[in-house]
Write a protein that binds this ligand. Structure first.
Ligand SMILES: [Ca+2]
Ligand SMILES: [Ca+2]
Length: 72
């Protein structure tokens, strides 16, 4: 995957954040991946991915954390 700019990241974030509250839950992340065709991601896998990027420990992915996720 090449460089992704912040506006593209913002669009992706808003698509994943289905309820528009500004944070991504494991359930939102899982259904976004399922829509992308990745049916192997269970909710516990989604939770583990979020946990690995969750900087403040609230079990939610903020845009800043999501941005870090894309720019690892
Ligand atoms: Ca949300
Ligand atoms: Ca967080």
């Amino acid at each position: 995957m090449g460089h992704i700019d912040i506006e593209e990241a913002r669009k992706q974030f808003e698509r994943i954040d289905a309820d528009g509250d500004g944070t991504i839950t494991a359930a939102e992340f899982k259904s976004a991946l399922a829509q992308g065709g990745d049916w192997n991601v269970t909710e516990s896998v989604a939770e583990a991915i979020i946990k690995s990027r969750d900087l403040n420990g609230d079990k939610l992915l903020s845009f800043d954390e999501f941005w870090g996720f894309l720019n690892k």
